[in-house]
Design a binder for this molecule. Sequence first.
Ligand code: SF4
Ligand code: SF4
Length: 285
Amino acid sequence: MKIAVSSGKGGTGKTTVATNLAVTAARAGRSVGYLDCDVEEPNGFLFLKPQIDQTQPVNVSIPKVDLDTCNGCGQCGRICQYSAVVSMNKQVLVFPDLCHGCGGCWLVCPTGAITESHRQTGQLESGSTDGMQCVQGLLNIGEVMSPPVIEAVKDAAPDVEILVIDSPPGTSCPVIESVRDSDFVLLVTEPTPFGLNDLKLAVEMVQALKLPFAVVINRADVGDGDTRQYCQRQRIDVLAEIPDDRQVAEAYSRGEMACDAVPTYRELYSDLLDSLTKRVPEHAG
Ligand code: SF4
Ligand code: SF4
């Protein structure tokens, strides 16, 4: 089963929930994989500390133009929806950062002047810890398009019983790419006005994707009761309420797992795993 852990905004404790959930499942004897799809700022490996045994580049397609073969027809510039290739006076300029690698320009080029080339936009790292297989994606600094790296992370997913997908925060394209084929989405939020606002957006996103979901309220003993009331009104299950615990914050700052640092958290994450297992359809692979 694929469980995506997501949040409408950063800093809600999404990675803490994802990593502790994965470790709890692995220690319960399940076969588990952890994917860090938060490729702009992956930090799950700081806590899981896997032994990295494989690194590979993530490449995207871009056009390569042979000006000697170009007849200046301009068809490449006209088909490109992203202004990534511009044809003027028999000169063709390519802007690799804008290219989405759709292949339209080399398909329409009548003279074969454009061929497919590649450039690296990120990197994959794979490893294991506690018998759990982990993959993270790292988007190169300065790159803006994270979906190809997220797609590469998901393509490298191990064949396991439980796959925990740590998604980027927010509700934009990278998040949708991360969660779209999950069996269940866990939305991590905080009981604050900002947290509630972003939770509502995240709920709209998973509803639009028609994915089953539930909420985890982190730092549940700070803020107000509006988030609980919203979940009640919308009939959204709250699977766990995690208190604001200084011991957990200190463990986090040392790069330690909450379920290692504070014994009561083992039970909390074990109960959360049970709740999820009951909600995910049995046929989910
Ligand atoms: S591959 Fe697609 S996005 Fe990239 S330059 Fe060609 S038409 Fe534009
Ligand atoms: S489509 Fe091909 S031939 Fe036409 S301008 Fe572009 S590169 Fe040149």
